[in-house]
Design a protein around this ligand. Structure first.
Ligand code: PBG
Length: 311
């Protein structure tokens, strides 16, 4: 009876698996603060994505970890940058059987760890950064990304990227916008995964949102839709279920939520201590994100859930 009347059902096709690919390694490297997640080689990445496809996962989002970084993050748009190399390999192996998304930002590629070009006053230069996002978007689309996902929270990024993609003939490449992205402490393990240390105070409060605020999220979401976003995202997820609910009630576009690294690692750490039941908590977390209104959930638990639900 409870099954019959349940309002919310989680399905493997709701999930997007975030994956890391690192340049210059010969075997996958574990990430200490993200148990069970690795930095892949291009080969192990291709194998993982085929396995995910066979398990029914419909989408992955790729993050590149370059061997060298510079001031502008040029690896983000270099056709031979690690993400572009990996996107071509993925496209060649799974083709259109899997939605291949590319995170579009430069923080993994910049020596200072910021999501853009740092001006002489030490602040990120919003408009100069838009230019390099456009180059990265075209590079990712050329390499085979079906969806680009700008995560840098620069004003006007969605409109600029849409125009650049259209001008380059990529009208069919979609944009999943990290629209309401908070300056959260829950990204800690992710920064280990991509080798990022942020210069100048170690935070992104100048461009990501203050977690005390909800109203500005709606403004960010509406602006992104106006500029051409196909999917809007709220990130992180669990501390922002109110925001997810509000966005869902206000727009018709698909809504995504990112269950981020810290949210994942807290489950793993507590479960490893025997303090919580891993599967029960993981299921409760993911289902509550869907109940709040997310259609799509980005989560490091994607493979676990695909195997768990196939049992
Ligand atoms: C920025 C980006 C971040 C995450 C996804 N894209 C980190 C940040 O804003 O510092 C975090 C994801 C996670 O914590 O799982 N390129």
């Amino acid at each position: 009876m409870r099954e019959l009347v349940a309002e919310t059902r989680l399905h493997v096709s709701d999930l997007v698996a975030p994956l890391f690919v690192r340049e210059g390694i010969s075997s996958p490297q574990p990430i200490a603060s993200l148990p069970g997640v690795v930095q892949h080689t291009v080969d192990s990445l291709v194998a993982e994505v085929s396995a995910l496809r066979d398990l029914g996962v419909k989408a992955v989002i790729l993050f590149g970890v370059p061997a060298t970084k510079d001031d502008e993050g040029s690896g983000a748009w270099d056709p031979n940058g690690i993400a572009q190399v990996a996107l071509r390999a993925l496209h060649a192996s799974v083709g259109d059987d899997m939605v291949i998304m590319a995170d579009l930002c430069v923080d993994e590629y910049t020596s200072h760890g910021h999501c853009g070009i740092v001006g002489s006053n030490g602040d990120v230069d919003n408009d100069a950064t838009l230019q390099i996002y456009c180059r990265a978007a075209v590079a990712q689309a050329t390499a085979g990304a079906h969806v680009v996902a700008p995560s840098g929270m620069m004003d006007g990024q969605v409109g600029a990227i849409r125009e650049a993609l259209d001008d380059a003939g990529f009208e069919n490449v979609a944009i999943m916008a990290y629209s309401a992205k908070y300056a959260s402490a829950l990204y800690g393990p992710f920064r280990d995964a991509v080798d990022v240390q942020i210069a100048g105070g170690g935070h992104r409060k100048g461009y990501q949102q203050d977690w005390r605020n909800a109203r500005e999220s709606m403004r960010e979401v509406f602006e992104d839709i106006e500029q051409g976003a196909d999917i809007v995202m709220v990130k992180p997820a669990l501390s922002y279920l109110d925001v997810i609910g509000q966005v869902r009630a206000s727009v018709d576009t698909p809504v995504a939520a990112y269950h981020v690294s810290g949210e994942y690692s807290m489950i793993k750490a507590a479960a490893a201590n025997g303090w919580i039941d891993h599967d029960a908590v993981a299921l409760e977390h993911l289902t509550s994100i869907k109940r709040a209104g997310a259609d799509i959930i980005l989560t490091y638990l994607a493979r676990w859930f695909a195997e768990y639900s196939a049992q």
